[in-house]
Write a protein that binds this ligand. Sequence first.
Ligand code: 2PG
Length: 211
Amino acid sequence: MSGTLVLVRHGQSDWNLKNLFTGWKDPDLTELGVQEATAGGEALAATGIKFDIAFTSELKRAQNTCRIVLEKVGQPNLETIRDLALNERDYGDLSGLNKDDARAKWGEEQVHIWRRSYDIPPPGGESLRDTGARVWPYYLTEILPRVLKGQTVLVAAHGNSLRSLVMVLDRLSKEEILKLNLATGVPMVYKLNADSTVASKEVLGDMSGAH
Ligand SMILES: O=C(O)[C@@H](CO)OP(=O)(O)O
């Protein structure tokens, strides 16, 4: 066995609360989002985990989640690398639109396909596959080598940038990924084997309410 990889989706953002497509827009956490990040950090602290390095995106909802988690595990000054590669999927023309208004305009099924399918992008935006095309190389070159060296690595990012990683780690099919939603602020703790497959996965919280 090698190291440990912890993935956590940012807590609720202002635009999650307002039910708007967000993508690369940069709203901050709501009060509930701060509480969710705090709870995730506390759940990790209870395991006694200590990180060697943290990664986050260029967007403040993920950066602030990362900061809160690191404070809770007692490592507020840990080296943290920010990279666009971990940003949320770009929602293109849907960014800033209300999700219910979009359903009314284009239909429930079309909007679900844009939100959750593997390879059908929203107009002007990225599909999950497009998102993976930047997340996966970044994971392979920057994150995985550290885990394989035995390090414990935190990645605080976004619903869809993390779905693309979970798809590979959990070996999910295109059909299975359609159904996967990650809960905000709930850490997923992966132990990896030396061949980079998953030895174990533990979810520290409740994923059932994920939207
Ligand atoms: O708006 C977004 O950028 C994402 C994540 O909140 O939404 P969705 O759940 O549609 O992927």
